[in-house]
Design a protein around this ligand. Sequence first.
Ligand code: ADP
Ligand code: 5GP
Length: 188
Amino acid sequence: MEGKLVIISAPSGAGKTTIVRHLLRNDDRLEFSISATTRKPRGTERNGIEYYFMTVDEFRKKIRNNSFVEWEEVYKDQYYGTLKSEIERIWSAGRSVLFDVDVKGGISLKKIFSGQAVSIFIMPPSVEELEKRLNARATDSPEKIRMRVEKAKEEIKLAESFDYIVVNDILEKAQDEVFRIVRDFLAS
Ligand code: ADP
Ligand code: 5GP
């Protein structure tokens, strides 16, 4: 059984996780696609809830077995990928798939699923504000934050490839805008 897909991408720190959680709380037709990753759990993250945490060897085996729809080395030695089995699991439950993926992954997924998918880019108000949010979140080392900010500058250049761009300045406004885009897409 095939269904619909909602793709949310943004530079790290733009507020994607916050907006995705809001969507999941407010629309029970959506279910989160749990990605596989080789990075270590952060804070209260649990295996099989936020991510399937695995070693690089396990991840490579899944690449060889063709288990991924898409995967990216998002940061050096940190792999992230969307499992085919997640999409099947969610569609067979009669729900639509919600992705939180990096910008390249979002563009790949939109290419693969085209009309079945809507893609939304969450834009930070500025690179300076993005850096502030990453520092305030305090979940990454200064070195990691620098890496994420550098990557963000490249990712922002790709925003035009998405169906919609939503600026996350006032959080409530951005959440509402994304909610409406998704609601209209699911009704179409
Ligand atoms: P991402 O998933 O894109 O990396 P998060 O959702 O973790 O981003 O948000 C990064 C940080 O910024 C979090 O601490 C979050 O609470 C905060 N944040 C999100 N949106 C806003 C906003 N509009 N204004 C201020 N802070 C925000
Ligand atoms: P974080 O480490 O902050 O959880 O995620 C880092 C980046 O990896 C984010 O931009 C997130 O959206 C992205 N990401 C998470 N899962 C996937 C995935 O399955 N595929 C791709 N391409 N990126 C992912």
